[in-house]
Design a protein around this ligand. Structure first.
Ligand code: ITT
Length: 202
């Protein structure tokens, strides 16, 4: 029997850290292209009111440009004591071209006076899928607590200050596989893969 050819999907991101996590989870079951394969794609403005809307904005734009099925990940960190901030502004919390470090430092500064028991937060990821016949989305979420200082070397973004109680570690102290098993993105990817299987795309 001929082996089924892996479906090609474009992952609508420039973020190398996200790409690494997607590849670890998806393996060879899909042929994953990224925006590195489409250097001429015009900038997509992420001006939706939710991570779900922003994921659709990116996936739709990349599907329209490439003609291929496209997926996008939009992620936000929601801190309870900050009324859900930085949320959809997570990547530009400290300004338009802020680095991961700038964002983490601003977060710690804003939470300076907040006691331990009020530092709960969650990461939320929306993954949107768009092709020429359908569009759908899945979500993943994980709860944790924001530490007073960074800990660990791995991961990216807010991982060094995101403490995950069940493992008593920050996300930066987990390796790629461990993080993917329990994280917001890992769970969203599990739901995404599950949906692809139901639709017999995998
Ligand atoms: P694309 O839009 O190109 O996908 P981005 O970095 O702008 O890349 P988002 O709009 O989803 O991605 O921004 C989310 C920000 O939240 C991101 O810049 C990181 O600072 C942070 N972030 C996302 N995923 C994270 C994770 O798994 N762990 C820690 N921080 C994360």
């Amino acid at each position: 029997m001929m082996k089924k050819k892996a479906k090609i999907i474009v992952l609508a991101t420039h973020n190398r850290d996200k790409i690494r996590e997607f590849r670890e989870k998806i393996g060879n079951s899909l042929q994953l292209k990224t925006l590195d394969d489409y250097p001429d794609l015009p900038e997509v403005s992420e001006d939706g009111n939710s991570i779900r809307e922003n994921a659709y904005l990116k996936a739709r734009a990349v599907h329209a440009f490439s003609g291929l099925p496209a997926i996008a990940d939009d992620t936000g960190l929601e801190v309870d004591a900050l009324n859900g901030a930085p949320g959809i502004y997570s990547s530009r919390f400290a300004g338009e071209n802020a680095s991961y470090r700038d964002n983490v430092l601003l977060l710690l500064e804003r939470m300076n006076n907040i006691p331990q028991e009020q530092r709960s937060a969650c990461f939320r990821t929306s993954i949107a899928y768009v092709d020429n016949q359908e569009s759908w989305d899945v979500e993943g979420r994980v709860e944790g607590r924001i530490l007073q200082e960074a800990k660990g070397e791995g991961g990216f973004g807010y991982d060094p200050v995101f403490f995950y109680e069940p493992l008593q570690k920050t996300f930066s102290e987990l390796d790629l596989k461990e993080k993917n098993r329990i994280s917001h993105r890992g769970k969203a990817l599990d739901a995404f893969i599950h949906t692809l299987k139901i639709k017999k795309y995998l």
